[in-house]
Design a protein around this ligand. Sequence first.
Ligand SMILES: [Zn+2]
Length: 250
Amino acid sequence: MLLRRITKHVKDQNWFAFGLDFFIVVFGVFVGLQVSNWNDARQAREDGGQFLVQLHDDIVLAKDMSSRVLDRRLQRAVNMVDAADVLFGRVQATALTQAQCKAIFASSIFDIPIAALGSFDELVASGRVAIISDASLRTDLLALRQIAITTREAIETYSLMAAPLEQVFPEAIENDAYFDEALGEVQAHIRCNEEAMRSNRAFLNAMSVNIDAQDAFIRDGLGVWKNQIVGVHKKVDAALGITHNEGRAP
Ligand SMILES: [Zn+2]
């Protein structure tokens, strides 16, 4: 309709009417685009806000899945080094504590749940990472995703590398499984024979390799992942105005 009118104005050489209609067309397109842009921006803001809420749920879930095991692993790593000091005669004690004995037994265990953040993975897959308006949070989330992948790979690598000491050296470590009623889970009575350990160079070598691998895994993998997810959690909490009880937040 408008196009027909414009054509008629040209035929009639009515340049004023032509200019007016032309302006109406251009202005109409401009306003249409602006409205569309505003709508897109508003939608992106809404999606971004909704994403942060989902992301927070994913972070809390990832923390809940790993925290119990994570704290135990970090403490175990300390106990392993202390145990090595005892066995190599670098401290006065000659017998291992139960915690140190258990730590040596567990020195070949690396498995820990490194949960994926489903909401962020979905954004990456759909190419919509840009709806996260905070550029530093975006960067931190991408880094966390990469760190999680690397950490899962490290679990596989170190698990293959480490020797299960109680199986290779049963005379040095004994392991009796039982169901703990109070904890509601299977536990193990671990017994260490310090003399058998000290007199077996192969055992000491294998144990040292395991302890070194645990240290590297925590330093370069697990610890990095933990720090990164704690940092991301703080940023998401700040963006959503969430506060956690002291000592409960990861
Ligand atoms: Zn939180």
